[in-house]
Ligand binder design. Structure first.
Ligand code: UDP
Length: 239
């Protein structure tokens, strides 16, 4: 009999920075391979997994904007960076024999498929990992918002946000020794306190669609799978 799991369909958001490992730029193959393996374990548990990888390890539009450049052009470059990471993750999954497909919000048909909710739905139902690349396809958004949007469109039961810490704190625990960790918190309180967990648009979209957020450390090996099994350490954001 299949092992019982907490959620049957989830969206996992991994920031581009999580792929850096010890490098200042790009993708650490060891890290992407480990994450791919954990996603594969989730699939083996019978969980349908959508995956959004950010682009911050390669490019962010704000970097150009802060230097006085064109934000829209910068965001276009950032969205392309997310496609690069999605292709890297697709390769890492395929190397392990985990079947996956890349759907980009920005059409680039010679490289990957263009996002279609119906085709993504069919792929998820067939236990394929679905990689959502290109964020929302629009500038002035982030991949957090892209992840919340796809989680809503695909009817995901939870949006997992893999960060560098094991949950949400009242302040940055690396800077403030008095920071308090939350086991649970509501979307409204995350927004009211301005907690830096995901961008505001993403948290609001998750709240409006009743999607719980599961904030955990992607640096902690097996945390993703442990949480799916009802163990592991995370902050659950739910109303
Ligand atoms: N981006 C965008 N629209 C989107 C998603 C992403 O313009 O819907 C651009 C934006 O410039 C962003 C970059 O892509 O900074 C990389 O995404 P993000 O910063 O969310 O990556 P992460 O911080 O998760 O690595």
């Amino acid at each position: 009999m299949a092992e019982s799991v907490r959620f049957r369909r989830v969206l996992l958001k991994v920031s581009g920075e999580a792929l850096l490992g010890d490098q200042p730029f790009g993708i650490d193959e060891k890290v992407i391979d480990r994450i791919a393996g954990e996603v594969g374990q989730a699939v083996d548990l019978g969980v349908e997994v959508g995956l959004v990888v950010g682009g911050g390890n390669i490019f962010r539009g704000m970097t150009i904007a802060k230097a006085g450049g064109n934000r829209v052009a910068g965001d276009h470059m950032g969205m392309l960076a997310t496609v690069m990471n999605a292709i890297g993750m697709h390769e890492a999954l395929e190397r392990r024999g985990i079947s996956s497909r890349v759907f980009s919000a920005v059409p680039m048909p010679t490289i990957c498929e263009t996002f279609s909710q119906q085709r993504a739905e069919r792929a998820l139902k067939r236990s394929k990992v679905v990689l959502f690349a290109g964020g929302t396809g629009n500038p002035f958004f982030t991949t957090d918002s892209g992840a919340a949007l796809r989680a809503a469109e695909m009817g995901c039961e939870a949006l997992f946000k893999g960060t560098n810490v094991d949950g949400i704190y009242s302040a940055d625990p690396r800077k403030d020794p008095n920071a308090v960790r939350f086991d649970t918190i509501s979307h409204a309180e995350v927004l009211a306190r301005g907690l830096q967990v995901m961008d505001t648009a993403a948290v609001a979209l998750a709240r409006d669609n009743g999607i719980p957020l599961v904030v955990f450390s992607i640096q902690e090996p097996n945390a993703f799978v442990d949480i799916l099994r009802g163990q592991g350490r995370a902050t659950i954001v739910a109303d």
